[in-house]
Design a protein around this ligand. Structure first.
Ligand SMILES: Nc1ncnc2c1ncn2[C@@H]1O[C@H](COP(=O)(O)OP(=O)(O)OP(=O)(O)O)[C@@H](O)[C@H]1O
Ligand SMILES: [Mg+2]
Length: 458
């Protein structure tokens, strides 16, 4: 039998309700707020009725509203039916706005109340079933790499991953920053016969150009001053496994030639060495650049492009994945809720609207970061838009906050903000941040120094 708590200070109404409802429910009664909360914490019922006028404020409504607030804070999914006086229209509306499921005006009519209660229990059951389905859906939508999605576009990506995993062909993964390219590369490796061997990542955009060659191919003792030992390169480490060439669009032309040679011959030479070393590695490359355009422009070798893109998987931007936004948002909410020990987190309707309509320039990474921040910052289990930290200021409001500033100061303030945002959105990849800002890498480093922002990214 479902539990139902009735909070009512009037003895007579209380026993009337208990008597009238005990056939359908296990009825528990409380006469004031402290008693109600104790009972609630102990039994956690799905539904309760709550009289607005509780002692010590029998004639008012504040104690009732406080009780509603307390209960919803403990468990936002509880269906609370507020019992109000006959004439209290305003309070009835306020109750629903404060999160009560419904209200009922005295005098009580048992038959009517029963209908409301049955509906409330029914809804609670549906919500519970929904949660259960949602979490089994989460399981379903996971590929071994932990990639979540149920949009048609992502289901197609999953099917490509499964198809290419068992073969040896080179795969090129493209998509905007934060769309999950690395996750896809790892999933392919995990599903492939090479899964027990190494998955080696080389970030072509993060290693300084002069070190990249020895990082890739290793070097012999004495190859250059400071080369006191023979060192294996990452390509060699990937032998029998998978070599993930991240941000391959950043690879300088001279190294593109050397990489191509490796792909054709399946052998490498260490820097300063003559010996051909054969390496058997499966190649997966990723970039967020428009590599076809770069090939046309001559900054990326066409022959290398064909070698690495036997199969091309394109990840759609998050804003084009429809229902995936909330699927991912709720997944991250549960994940960080558990991690930071915040129970029963959920998004308010306002937050859902915002999440669904936002453009997500930083894609899934940005969503993950925002949800994490919201879970940490929010004191309540219900995540309101403020915690998601979207700047809701309109352009006009922004300009307004610049009045009394010199043009130079305002310019610099915006410049600083843009630089920080670009670096953050591109995961500290300076080459790419410079790219979106339309400046050279050295200029970006100058700005970082000028505005003293290096520290926060180290
Ligand atoms: N579909 C997804 N399901 C779950 N987590 C995801 C998904 N897509 C991305 N993520 C998470 O988002 C973050 C960014 O993903 P990833 O590093 O793979 O993106 P990327 O495309 O390589 O980005 P960049 O171009 O900036 O390198 C990671 O923390 C990853 O776990
Ligand atoms: Mg990446």
């Amino acid at each position: 039998m479902e539990k139902l708590i009735i909070v009512e200070d009037n003895e007579e109404i209380r026993s009337q309700l208990r008597w009238g409802l005990s056939k359908e429910y296990e009825v528990l009664v409380a006469g004031d707020r402290p008693e109600a909360l104790l009972l609630f914490k102990k039994h956690l019922p799905k539904v309760m009725t709550l009289d607005l006028g509780l002692p010590p404020d029998e004639a008012g409504c504040e104690e009732g509203f406080r009780c509603l607030e307390d209960v919803l804070r403990l468990s936002p999914a509880t269906k609370v039916i507020m019992i109000t006086g006959n004439e209290e229209n305003e309070n009835a509306l306020r109750a629903v706005q404060s999160g009560a499921y419904d209200y009922y005006r005295k005098p009580l009519n048992l038959a009517e109340l029963k209908v409301i209660l049955a509906r409330a229990f029914h809804l609670a059951a549906i919500e519970k079933e929904n949660l259960r389905l949602q979490s089994s859906l989460d399981q379903h939508c996971l590929t071994p790499g932990g990639i979540i999605g149920h949009s048609p576009q992502m289901l197609e990506v999953f099917s490509s991953i499964r198809k290419v995993a068992s073969s040896e062909v080179a795969v090129l993964v493209t998509g905007e920053s934060g769309t999950g390219k690395e996750l896809v590369a790892k999933a392919i490796h995990e599903l492939s016969p090479r899964k027990s061997a190494a998955f080696i990542t080389i970030n072509c955009g993060a290693i300084p150009e002069n070190l990249l060659e020895s990082e890739l191919f290793g070097y012999e003792k004495g190859a250059f001053s400071g080369a006191n030992n023979r060192v294996q390169g990452k390509v060699e480490y990937a032998n029998k496994g998978t070599l993930f060439l991240d941000e391959i669009g950043e690879l300088p032309l001279n190294l593109q030639v050397k990489l191509l040679r490796f792909l054709q011959e399946k052998t490498i030479q260490r820097v300063g060495g003559r010996e051909d070393i054969s390496v058997d590695a499966r190649i997966i490359a990723a970039t967020n650049r428009d590599i076809i355009k770069e090939t046309e422009a001559g900054t990326f070798r066409e022959d290398l492009y064909y070698r690495i893109s036997v199969i091309h998987i394109t990840l759609p931007p998050l804003r084009d994945r429809g229902g995936d936004i909330m699927l991912l948002a709720n997944f991250f909410l549960r994940k960080f809720g558990n991690e930071f020990r915040k129970k029963n987190c959920r998004f308010s309707p306002g937050s859902v609207k915002l999440l669904e309509s936002y453009e997500w320039p930083g894609n899934v990474r940005e969503l993950e970061n925002r949800v994490q921040r919201a879970v940490i910052m929010s004191d309540e289990p219900i995540i309101e838009p403020e915690s998601l930290d979207f700047s809701l200021k309109t352009a006009k409001e922004r300009v307004h906050s610049f009045t009394n500033m010199t043009l130079k100061d305002a310019r610099e303030m915006i410049e600083r903000e843009l630089v920080i945002a670009a670096i953050e959105n591109h995961n500290n990849n300076m080459a790419r941040a410079a790219d979106v800002l339309g400046i050279s890498r050295p200029t970006l480093y100058d700005l970082v120094k000028k505005y003293n922002i290096a520290k926060s990214f180290e």
